[in-house]
Ligand binder design. Structure first.
Ligand SMILES: *Cc1c(COP(=O)(O)O)cnc(C)c1O
Length: 351
């Protein structure tokens, strides 16, 4: 393999997607596959489609365009709608999440121009304080939205545990259900989607006796990492190792553990502090912060990451005898996966 690289098991991803789809379907909830952490990678997106997922979501219209242009057979949902991109949103995504009337009016303008109907899901603020309309303002917005040409109000949704770390629980989901019911009754319509959240909704789903009107979740991380996201606990029956980062040893020597000379700032403006452990086996790996969020890596060998610069990770190899040209494998957390999939320097290998 060309290093640094990321090994991607399409089989493990497909397995996770299939299991989660079946699990959530057992209480009437459909799963949308979220591809943003893998930058809309078309091989991975295809694995999701093969697992029975028929709506793919991404935060970036460029990623959706890439998947549409690759001829992928799915519906596409945009998670983050930006005013100035409205034309492309209508061209490439059939559905989008929205929380601003001015943006929806812009979508309406282009939907009319393109002689199409664009579906929107209105996001409701339930306390996490990222996107969403305050519940007290929702009816007013719905009233305006249903009058717009080329726009179909397809649902409401919420997003928790992203910015504020707020847990989706029975109280929050019950409230979302009651809001959905209220909108349906008041405006005499049927909402196709009541989208309750993301990978953080797992605990709620497992413990609840009644999912109410929630019929949809948008899942990224739990499909790719096999974990829920409130405490990063593994989900039984899922693979947690669908991705592996592979780096190559470029220098390996016995050297002191303590830098010597006068201490000033390092490459990133920090003044480093180290403890003296005497001589250690120091190795340098040919991967750095320009490739991956190094703090999100966990080595699969008993070695310690001492630090990193733009292009190097420095490790204490401890009892492991590493030679130049050997490779070292790492598990990646969400941030590490996001950065590795975004970096043009990381070679992607699928198996
Ligand atoms: C990223 C995102 C998701 C998916 O979150 P995961 O934690 O990866 O499951 C769902 N909804 C929105 C609005 C998002 O931005």
């Amino acid at each position: 393999m060309i290093t640094p690289g990321i090994e991607i098991s399409l089989e493990k991803i497909a397995h996770n997607a299939k299991r989660l789809k079946e699990l959530y379907a057992s209480k009437g909830i459909d799963v949308i596959g979220v591809t943003k952490v893998v930058c809309g990678d078309t091989k991975i997106a295809n694995a999701l489609i093969k697992s029975g997922i028929n709506i793919l979501a991404d935060s970036r219209i460029a990623n959706i365009k890439k998947m549409v242009d690759a001829g992928m057979q799915a519906q596409f949902l945009l998670l983050r709608t930006i005013y100035s991109q409205a034309k492309d949103v209508v061209s490439y995504a059939g559905i989008s999440l929205n929380s601003e009337l001015s943006v929806i009016k812009e979508l309406s303008k282009y939907a009319v121009k393109q002689d199409t109907t664009h579906k929107i899901i209105l996001m409701v603020e339930l306390g996490d304080l990222r996107e969403g309309i305050m519940p007290s303002d929702l009816e007013k917005t719905v009233n305006e939205v249903i009058g717009l040409k080329g726009i179909e109000l397809a649902g409401i949704g919420t997003n928790l545990a992203c910015f504020g770390g707020i847990k989706p629980d029975d109280k929050k989901m019950g409230y979302l259900s009651s809001i959905a019911q209220n909108i349906e009754d008041k405006f005499k319509l049927k909402l196709e989607f009541v989208s309750g959240g993301n990978s953080a909704n797992y605990d709620w789903f497992m413990s609840t006796n009644d999912v109410g009107k929630v019929n949809n979740l948008r899942l990224g991380e739990s499909i790719f990492s096999g974990c829920e996201t409130l405490e990063r606990k593994p989900i039984p029956g899922l693979f947690t190792n669908a991705f592996t980062l592979i780096a190559e040893v470029m220098e390996s020597k016995i050297k002191p553990s303590l830098p010597y000379g006068d201490v000033y700032q390092d490459a990133f403006g920090n003044t480093p502090k180290f403890l003296d452990h005497g001589l250690i086996r120091r190795a340098i790996l040919g991967v750095g912060l320009q490739d991956v969020l190094v703090s999100g890596l966990t080595p699969m060998l008993d070695i310690d990451i001492l630090g990193a610069s733009s292009d190097h990770i420095i490790i204490d190899a401890k009892q492991t005898d590493l030679s130049v040209g050997n490779t070292v494998e790492f598990k990646l957390n969400y941030g590490a996966l996001l950065s590795a999939m975004t970096s043009p320097y990381i070679n992607k290998k699928y198996n």
